[in-house]
Design a protein around this ligand. Structure first.
Ligand SMILES: [Zn+2]
Ligand SMILES: [Zn+2]
Length: 218
């Protein structure tokens, strides 16, 4: 691979715009495709700041393979669901919401959960508005990094320097998979805020995206 190719990574700006998506759509902040017979994800609250009890995660993003084939879907899955625990978590490098990823086979979901559980308390900062997505595909160069909500590409480092993450389960490199942004290039912000008007970056294992993720708020 040439140096040029190494410096340019495929990236997709999600480009959210206000809309009214269903659970069958890719979206931010809309209804999740969640089966009635599967427990809704919850956060045990161990790192909440201030300390508080367990709370359900909130459906934040879902991305279908048909819309975002660039994502590293494990075999047999066609839907990435991203959940946030919308409270402050006192975690090094990731002071903000906790993140849970679910890689799902949407074709096996028949009966949906009737009502998504709602946390008893949330930080408004971390609660998204409801958006549909009009993705913009591009090759992102390491020297010209977009700060918008995107998949793939490079990390936009604002307040901290570049960091590398290794998978705690297998030692493989963790790569940036998803970045949620305070500010969108379009100006149509999702109205959540991470860090000091920065980004919440999610890194996944290059060998197996179901291994533990790394979250970095910058
Ligand atoms: Zn939590
Ligand atoms: Zn791993």
């Amino acid at each position: 691979m040439s140096t040029e190719a190494e410096r340019a990574r495929p990236a997709v700006l999600l480009n959210p715009i206000e809309g009214d998506p269903t659970d069958a759509d890719s979206h931010i902040g809309g209804p999740m495709l969640w089966p009635i017979d599967e427990p809704w994800p919850s956060c045990d609250g161990a790192t909440h700041d201030p300390a508080s009890g367990a709370e359900p995660f909130v459906g934040a993003v879902q991305l279908y393979r048909r819309d975002f084939p660039e994502l590293p879907f494990p075999e047999g899955t066609d839907l990435l669901q991203v959940f946030l625990c919308t409270l402050h978590h006192d975690v090094p490098r990731a002071y903000g919401p906790d993140v849970r990823l679910v890689w799902r086979d949407s074709t096996t979901v028949f009966e949906l959960i009737e009502e998504e559980p709602e946390p008893s308390v949330q930080e408004e900062l971390y609660v998204p508005t409801v958006n549909v997505l009009e993705p913009i595909r591009f090759a992102e160069h390491a020297e010209k990094v977009s700060g918008g909500t995107k998949i793939g590409g490079w990390t936009a480092w604002w307040q901290s320097g570049p960091a590398e993450f290794a998978c705690p389960e297998c030692g493989s490199e963790q790569r940036q998979t998803l970045s949620l942004a305070t500010h969108e290039p379009s100006g149509d912000n999702v109205e959540w805020e991470f860090g000091r008007e920065g980004n919440l970056n999610v890194f996944t294992c290059a060998e197996d995206v179901r291994h533990s993720i790394a979250v970095h708020v910058d």
